[in-house]
Design a protein around this ligand. Structure first.
Ligand SMILES: [Ca+2]
Length: 332
């Protein structure tokens, strides 16, 4: 089996951490690098969070790059507190809070993204888990970039006009609608989208979540800690009202699709466009299933997934660092 090359673009919150961990243990997958974007928290905190995740998994050899610190055009005026102010639940303490600055690569994320894809033309799957600002900037610097990608996987947008950040808008797209618009108009490569409603409709149970974070591994203990404050299963949320209670690891769906395409069991193939105007619908992704816009490029909007396969990938993702459980057993 040919090796799969991945680059992850992330605004590392708790679900990004779960998705990154999934990529680290996927068989036949080589993670070339991780590019950071503002989103769940500041770009600096995102860099620090990614390095924390890699450190827990003992994979600090993977290069991490700092990218966009804000939107392309508009200033986001929405409060960002889904996973606490630091993006990982406000529970971690660093004895050296600025140590991450020496571990981050000097090259800018957007330049690194173009370089990593260009060096491996036609082989890289890009998995975008945050606002799409780095991707929009990259295509402005290199308009050939989308042609050099093998595929693009996005967690973001919506397929039913329902949103988590606004009535009609999903967080990653609403945070920077212009960037989402540019990416969906100009990345004419095979594109797979895990929308907010898709992830909610394919939720897992809280019993599964309890088993997931109760594993006796450093990664599971880390996950249990960072979900201890903000993963409130009884809270009344827009998601709960619309889709019922359950555990949804948003970014894990796009990552699972990139790792194993059989996780996605059903998709709608059609052109899409991001709305940039309007008081209610700015940032919403519209599906053009009747081909009214005259766009040629179609994307795959995921509609159903094999939740058992997803659950297995998540469970395996938290069994890290690899060998930790074996060495613990050997010490006993
Ligand atoms: Ca994310």
């Amino acid at each position: 089996m040919a090796e799969k090359l991945l680059v992850i673009d992330t605004d590392c919150g708790v679900d990004d951490a779960q998705a990154i961990m999934m990529a680290l243990v996927a068989p036949g997958v080589r993670l070339l690098g991780i590019t950071c974007c503002f989103g769940n928290t500041s770009a600096d905190n995102v860099c620090r969070n990614v390095l924390r995740v890699l450190s827990v998994c003992d994979r600090t050899e993977i290069p991490v790059f700092r990218g966009a610190m804000s939107t392309l055009v508009a200033t986001p005026n929405l409060p960002i507190s889904h996973f606490g102010t630091d993006g990982l639940g406000d529970v971690l303490e660093d004895s050296q809070p600025d140590a991450w600055r020496t571990q981050i690569q000097g090259e800018h994320a957007v330049n690194a993204l173009i370089r990593m894809v260009s060096e491996n033309e036609g082989q890289v799957s890009l998995v975008a888990l945050g606002p799409l600002t780095n991707l929009a900037l990259a295509v402005r610097l290199d308009e050939e970039l989308p042609k050099k990608l093998k595929a693009l996987y996005i967690m973001g947008g919506n397929m039913e006009g329902k949103g988590n950040r606004t009535i009609c808008g999903e967080f990653n797209f609403v945070m920077d609608p212009e960037s989402a618009y540019i990416v969906l108009e100009e990345y004419l490569c095979p594109t797979y989208i895990a929308s907010w409603e898709f992830t909610c409709r394919n939720k897992l149970s809280w019993d599964f979540f309890d088993a997931l974070v109760s594993q006796d591994t450093p990664a599971a203990r880390f996950m249990k800690k960072i979900t201890s404050k903000y993963y409130c299963r009884d809270a009344v949320t827009r998601r709960g009202v619309l889709f019922g209670q359950g555990f949804v690891s948003y970014d894990a769906y796009a990552m699972a699709a990139a790792i194993d395409c059989s996780v996605v069991t059903e998709s709608v193939l059609c052109p899409v466009r991001v709305e940039l105007q309007g008081a209610l619908c700015r940032g919403m992704m519209a599906l053009d299933q009747t081909h009214t816009l005259g766009k040629q490029h179609c994307v795959a909007v995921m509609t159903a997934c094999d939740t058992e396969k997803l659950a297995t990938l998540l469970m395996t993702a938290l069994d890290q660092p690899r060998g930790a459980r074996d060495s613990q057993t050997a010490r006993l």
